[in-house]
Design a protein around this ligand. Structure first.
Ligand SMILES: Nc1ncnc2c1ncn2[C@@H]1O[C@H](COP(=O)(O)OP(=O)(O)O)[C@@H](O)[C@H]1O
Ligand SMILES: [Mg+2]
Length: 329
């Protein structure tokens, strides 16, 4: 019996059950093949005739490298394809943009509340932390989703910790924003009561809070809808990547974020070897065999096993080859 026969529900079976799947994510430890598998999935969707965007919020230029084509800064049609667009989001730009927005809000608020302080200090403390960068990336991603210009979105490097945290926190956000809105309303009506003109003042902070809350709620709706969204986790037949996937699965299940399943990458297929493989290869195969057992024991949602290729995966012909394994029946 081949390892593939142990797969209960393949990627293909899963997609048959989820014909309207629109947002796919690939998560896992660094170097396990997230970018490659996201690329293969996107190519496959595009070749099914769906207008597909492969997007990366990864600051490292991974898509450009994999496709051998500059896709940085704007959605770019992949050479030789008619439905496959790739887009490496300019992180620096987003972060500057968010900083500018926050500075405006803070300046407005300080003026409104008649506080004599320099906005700069507040801007610094609001933006000088790694979570800010992560949130900017998340915002970027949901912007793309809300623009809704593609039929299928595949996101390279799932903002895994981020999605979990933000979605887990979105109820807390909502509560917090509602509370803010309530006290803003009270302050507003008090101000109106005291002023002679009954004209309602525009309140940009309130607008911002309301928009933010609605965006978060909408993002949560899309990202927790299992007919639309699936997070796939990539592992190798090795200890550390398995542990990472295990942890993600536990988190995601806890938060009700839909899991598409587990993809095993870079398995050495013993059938590919000649008569007398060198000892280190035999050792590696034995090690992988043990970790495959571990994978079957821990995960009941393995969807595909992709072999280790002779070369790294670059260009659409190699992505096509990868897709054949990812979507093999
Ligand atoms: N099945 C495979 N066989 C051979 N090389 C692979 C395979 N999957 C990925 N690679 C290569 O491994 C490296 C890491 O893959 P990548 O997709 O960039 O990982 P990640 O995005 O998880 O960091 C890349 O050079 C890629 O081409
Ligand atoms: Mg990557």
């Amino acid at each position: 019996m081949s390892v593939h026969d142990r797969i209960e529900k393949s990627t293909r079976d899963f997609l048959t059950e989820h014909p309207g799947l629109k947002y796919s994510f690939f998560g896992g430890k660094g170097g396990v093949g997230k970018t490659v598998l996201a690329g293969a999935a996107a190519l496959w969707y595009a070749r099914q005739g769906k207008r597909t965007l492969l997007a990366s919020t990864n600051p490292v230029h991974s898509l450009t490298g994999m496709l051998g084509q500059d896709v940085f800064g704007k959605p770019t049609l992949v050479e030789g394809e008619s439905n496959f667009w790739a887009y490496e989001i300019d992180t620096k730009d987003t972060i500057e943009e968010s900083k500018r927005e926050i500075r405006e809000k803070i300046e407005w608020f300080l003026k409104y509340a008649d506080i004599k302080a320099r906005a700069e200090e507040f801007v610094e403390s609001a933006t000088m932390n790694p979570a800010f960068e992560e949130s900017a990336m998340f915002e970027n991603m949901i912007d793309l989703m809300f623009e809704d210009e593609y039929e299928v979105y595949v996101f390279d490097t799932a903002p895994t910790a981020n999605a979990r945290r933000l979605l887990g926190m979105s109820d807390v956000y909502s509560m917090w924003v509602n509370k803010m809105v309530q006290s803003r309303e009270e302050a507003q009506s008090l101000k109106e009561l005291l002023s002679y003109s009954k004209k309602k003042e525009k309140d940009p902070l309130m607008d911002y809070l309301l928009t933010f809350r609605d965006r978060m709620q909408h993002a949560k709706e899309l990202l927790t809808d299992e007919s639309l969204t699936a997070f796939f986790f990539v592992t190798l037949p090795e200890a550390l990547p398995i542990a990472v996937v295990q942890r993600f699965l536990t988190w995601f299940e806890e938060f009700g974020i839909p899991v598409g399943g587990v993809v095993v990458n870079m398995r050495i297929d013993p059938a590919d070897l000649g008569e007398n493989p060198p000892e280190f290869v035999r050792n590696r195969i034995e090690m992988q065999r043990e970790y495959m057992e571990e994978i079957w024991k821990r995960f009941d949602n393995v969807r595909a096993i992709v072999p280790l290729f002779q070369n790294q995966v670059q260009g659409t012909p190699m992505l096509e080859q990868t897709a054949r394994h990812l979507f093999s029946a």
